[in-house]
Design a protein. Structure first.
Length: 185
């Protein structure tokens, strides 16, 4: 499975692509950080991020995107910019029919370090070790994008089992409802 990890942000947006193998084997294929200047207009910044994501999606052809879920931060404008950056990338994936999964920061930290409240240095160290990299990915946005992709590779089998169970439950509920309806008639 080829996963594109996205650590969204307006100033720095981390992008990565990893290939998941058997078990917990993961190989890094590419990583980079898109930077946009703070003095540039918001639409121009989002266009730069969107164009770069489009290029990555067309070049790497991932099976799925793993994007960091934005939920609460102290600075509302930072949250909005982060959400907008993630949104334009998710839109590019949707246009190509690529599944998008959102993972919380604590979910990602727990997956790669075993500790949902690990700091950035711990995440970077574990990403470096898991992928067998010669040097630590920098800046932290690059390591975070790789961590997101690793997290999804490792969680994908469970996500698929949950989706299958939910589909089965929905089908059984539909059949049961139809049976009750027929019995009343």
């Amino acid at each position: 499975m080829r996963v594109m990890g996205v650590d969204p942000g307006l100033t720095r947006c981390g992008l990565s692509v990893v290939e998941g193998g058997r078990g917990r084997q993961v190989t890094a294929l590419d990583v980079d950080v898109v930077r946009t200047p703070a003095d540039q207009s918001l639409p121009q910044r989002l266009l730069t991020i969107s164009d770069t994501a489009e290029h990555w999606l067309d070049t790497h052809r991932p099976d799925v995107l793993a994007v960091e879920r934005v939920f609460s931060q102290q600075n509302v404008s930072t949250v909005m910019g982060t959400a907008q950056a993630g949104g334009v990338i998710a839109l590019q994936a949707a246009r190509r029919g690529i599944e998008v999964h959102f993972h919380t920061p604590s979910e990602v930290k727990a997956a790669v370090t075993g500790n949902g409240s690990a700091d950035k240095a711990q995440v970077t160290a574990m990403v470096t070790r898991i992928l067998g990299l010669q040097q630590k990915p920098t800046p932290a946005d690059a390591a975070d994008a790789l961590a997101l992709a690793i997290c999804h590779c490792w969680r994908a089998p469970m996500i698929a089992r949950m989706a299958a169970a939910e589909a089965l439950a929905a089908e059984q509920r539909r059949r049961y409802t139809a049976k009750l309806k027929a019995a009343r008639a």
